[in-house]
Design a protein around this ligand. Structure first.
Ligand code: ARG
Ligand code: ZN
Length: 845
């Protein structure tokens, strides 16, 4: 049962109000609903169908009279009057048995919910679709000290709380939390003087991990006022941390629910990267209040309407709070690591998909991250000022509505008078365009000729040219910028742009800031790239030059065991030693493409990637870097050791990332002395974990590993790191056995998604380990996916993407993988989620 975008029709009824009453009990929770329906004048189909899954229907009444309903696995139908009516139902559910973590479930004795996308139907019968918006009143009865739902509290007695949310919302934004929780509280005064109470609810014992999240929340609220003019709209904003959660977090109106890994932080237990991620996720969920909640999606095909925009907004926020170039580079690294493989493999789909079987399978890097890239391009094309006006119009025109991508593009068309018909292909066409550029030079004129090409895919068999904004500048032979960034707007399959009046031939710096999510192919000599690496004024492209040089140098090392290119090593050493540059940026300069990215590159060039050779090549490059830096590594590290008290802000984090990058080089030459010393004296998780990783990498980490476990055995978030790091740092031939041994550990609580992902996410990311020729990695993951699927289809299905790149590899590996895919697929009662993912992965060529 595939659902199609083209089949959309509005629901036959309007919901004027919803009242819910919960009597909480682990096995026998009763949910009473009282819903006011009236015929929808804009709809032609008046069949009354309510979604409902795994519900025990106790009673159903219309206008006070019992009605007989026809029940199916998916919901119910019954006859209803052709006039407004009141629907009342009572159902029973068993939250303790809900291991899928969708609907109402329990985690460590607390009740919580996850309703996006289609989880509300596991709570009661309802038109569970985002275009049905209504005002909710919720009563919760239970013996718990904290009873929460959306909106504002209206009444509370000892074992009862009543909540009212005045803002109409779709059911996917409903939330309920009940438990023995403690609040970390604060306050925010909005731009118009509204006083908002802020609470971060956590389990007792986690109180010391709340301060940072709260700061991030206040910063987000302020930023959305300053930059987008968006004010918060309730008296209260609550966040709850939950240990068992399928995703990062959820933007339920006034009651955001977070995976505890995405909100709890302390210097001793969280790394700088954790802090940055937490700040971004808090912002993301908060920003959804306007982009998602006040303006929501008409149907789930429009998911990128809220997610692309909200990811774009949170990336702007992080750029403002921290370093814009560092954030941009980090985002592109992430896009290439997660979105490009999706877009170039069997799971390829447009930013706005046109069909699906299970919507949870489309919370993807394409919808989220490429969706954000598309908005970034739109802003580049229309300009900052027009972007601001278009957004103001969007909020004004569509507040309170459930919208489409057409609505979104129309506000840009109406503000700028420009047609976005061709630009819209970014939403409808799958695949990553390749952008080839050639140069010609004559009479002081440099002409750049671009050709765009998108590989046909099952999702887009006949791709058409897209609008590509190509930010380009020119760097002269002496390193001076002879032309500032100009946006070349490409719309044809092939198109030329000229720069005139040039005295000498410059080196073009193309696709500055990664102005479009494409694969650029620019045949520059190493000398020209090194020139850009030294002189480009665009920090992104400067970094990109280093990346491209690294790739070029790595390929011969991988293919024929060549040594590292001394010119490359020297160029890198120079930028990294340049004290005028931001330390975080210098640390990024040292990064290499991931092994998976190298495999994709080799595959794209017509070769067959051999994971063990890629691994050996990268290791040899790291050793060569360690040699090249020599004692300079120690000097750079010393200069950037932080002596001030720990602060998670960008400045100190940058110092630590550079110092720890040096530590990993030093550890390759000193037998682990420096890393052991750092491990023994570290007073923050960033330094402790970096030292442990360095030691494990050279196989000198067993004592530190035991000490780490003894120190942190009671902290589940830190223990996730302990589980994951052992796999990450294992030698390729041992990665699967290490993972397997960890599954026997008494703390391997595999039904908690964070712990499952700690081990198996790390295994899937360990390129040479997962793809080891023995096939043990494939087998182990398949075993555990088969085990997890009946408990938690969503997390199982997400982890299937580990196999999405399988067609890149040699015939032996493909055969091993195919066997595992078929084995999982033949499992009786496999979930719809996992079935859809695996058939897509297995099927396409
Ligand atoms: N809307 C949430 C966010 O991006 C993600 C929730 C996804 N949940 C799911 N079951 N697919 O912040
Ligand atoms: Zn989101």
């Amino acid at each position: 049962n595939t659902v199609y975008l083209s089949d959309y029709t509005p629901f036959g009824f309007i919901v004027d109000s919803v009242a819910l009453e919960f009597d909480l009990d682990p096995r026998h929770t009763r949910v009473k609903s009282r819903i006011a329906f009236r015929p929808n004048p804009d709809a032609t189909d008046r069949r009354f169908f309510l979604h409902g899954e795994n519900l025990r229907l106790i009673s159903a009444r219309i206008d006070g009279h019992d009605v007989t309903c026809t029940l199916t696995e998916e919901g119910l139908t019954c006859d209803v009057p052709d006039a407004p009516f009141i629907w009342e139902a009572e159902v029973e559910i068993a939250p303790i048995e809900n291991t899928a973590l969708e609907g109402l479930y329990m985690s460590n004795g607390m009740y919580c919910t996850q309703c996006e996308a289609e989880g509300f139907r596991k709570i009661t019968y309802y038109p569970d679709r985002p275009d049905v918006m209504s005002v909710f009143t919720v009563t919760i009865n239970g013996p718990h000290p904290v009873l929460l739902s959306n909106g504002n509290p209206v009444a509370a007695t000892e074992h009862q709380a009543e909540w009212h949310d005045p803002w109409p919302k779709p059911a996917y934004l409903f939330a309920l939390v009940a438990g023995d929780l403690v609040a970390h509280s604060d306050r925010f005064t909005t731009m118009n003087g509204r006083e908002v109470d802020l609470n971060l609810y956590v389990r007792p014992g986690d109180e010391d991990k709340c301060a940072f999240g709260m700061q991030a929340l206040k910063a987000s609220m302020k930023w959305d006022e300053d930059v987008y003019g968006r004010e918060y709209d309730l008296d209260l904003f609550n966040i709850v941390a939950v240990d068992d959660f399928n995703m990062g977090a959820m933007e339920n109106k006034g009651l955001n629910i977070f995976n505890s890994s995405a909100v709890l932080a302390s210097p001793q237990t969280s790394t700088d990267m954790n802090f940055e991620r937490i700040e971004a996720i808090i912002a993301h969920e908060y920003f959804h209040n306007w982009t998602g909640n006040r303006i929501t999606c008409r149907d789930w095909f429009q998911l990128c309407l809220k997610e692309g925009l909200t990811v774009f907004r949170d990336s702007q926020f992080t750029s403002d709070m921290r370093s814009a170039p560092v954030k941009r580079i980090a985002d592109v690294i992430d896009l290439r690591a997660r979105q490009f493989p999706e877009d170039q493999g069997p799971l390829s789909h447009p930013v706005r998909p046109e069909s699906f079987q299970e919507i949870n399978n489309f919370y993807t890097a394409t919808v989220y991250e490429k969706g954000a890239e598309v908005i970034r391009m739109l802003k580049t094309l229309v300009g900052d000022e027009a972007y601001d006006r278009a957004l103001a119009l969007y909020f004004d025109r569509h507040d309170g509505q459930a919208c489409t991508i057409e609505d979104w593009l129309k506000v840009f068309e109406d503000t700028t008078g420009r047609s976005l018909a061709q630009f819209k292909r970014w939403y409808s066409q799958a695949g990553t365009p390749r952008l080839k550029v050639s140069e010609s030079w004559e009479d002081g004129i440099l002409t750049l000729t671009f050709r765009q090409d998108t590989k046909p895919s099952a999702a887009s068999p006949d791709p058409k040219p897209q609008i590509i904004p190509i930010a380009t500048g020119l760097i002269g032979p002496d390193g001076e910028e002879v032309a500032e960034t100009r946006i070349l707007e490409m719309s044809e399959a092939t198109q030329s742009f000229s720069f005139e009046g040039l005295a000498r031939r410059p080196v073009p710096s193309i696709l500055r800031g990664f102005s479009a999510p494409v694969m650029l192919e620019h045949d520059l000599s190493d000398a020209d790239r090194t020139h850009l690496l030294a002189h480009d004024t665009d920090p992104f492209n400067r970094w990109e030059s280093a990346r491209t040089l690294a790739r070029g140098s790595l390929l011969p090392m991988i293919h024929d065991g060549a040594g590292a290119d001394p010119a490359f090593l020297d160029a890198i050493r120079k930028v990294v030693a340049d004290d005028t540059l931001d330390p975080a940026y210098r640390a990024l300069m040292l990064g290499l493409p991931t092994q998976s990215e190298l495999a994709a590159l080799i595959h794209a060039e017509g070769g067959t990637p051999m994971p063990e050779k890629i691994h050996a090549g990268v290791e040899a490059m790291r050793d060569a870097m360690a040699e090249t830096f020599g004692d300079a590594a120690q000097r750079i590290r010393d200069t950037h050791l932080v002596s001030a008290p720990y602060d998670p802000g960008a400045e100190q984090a940058g110092q630590r990332s550079l110092a720890n990058a040096m530590l990993s080089l030093i550890t390759r030459r000193d037998g682990g002395a420096a890393a052991q010393a750092q491990f023994d004296s570290a007073d923050n998780m960033t330094n402790q974990l970096a030292a442990l990783a360095a030691l494990l990498h050279i196989d000198r980490g067993s004592e530190a590993l035991a000490a780490f476990e003894a120190q942190w055995k009671d902290d589940r978030l830190v223990m996730d790191k302990w589980f994951g790091l052992q796999v990450t740092q294992a030698r390729p031939e041992e990665a699967a056995s290490v993972a397997e041994a960890l599954t026997d550990h008494p703390d391997f609580t595999w039904q908690t998604p964070n712990r499952f992902r700690a081990v198996f996410g790390a295994l899937a990311m360990h390129h040479a380990g997962f793809h080891h020729a023995s096939g043990k990695g494939y087998r182990l993951l398949a075993d555990w996916l088969i085990r997890l699927d009946p408990k938690n289809p969503q997390t199982t299905a997400r982890m299937c993407s580990a196999f999405q790149t399988w067609k890149r590899y040699d015939a032996d590996r493909q055969a091993l993988i195919a066997a595992e895919l078929d084995r999982i697929l033949s499992t009786p009662k496999l979930s719809r989620d996992t079935t859809e993912m695996l058939t897509r992965i297995r099927g396409a060529s």
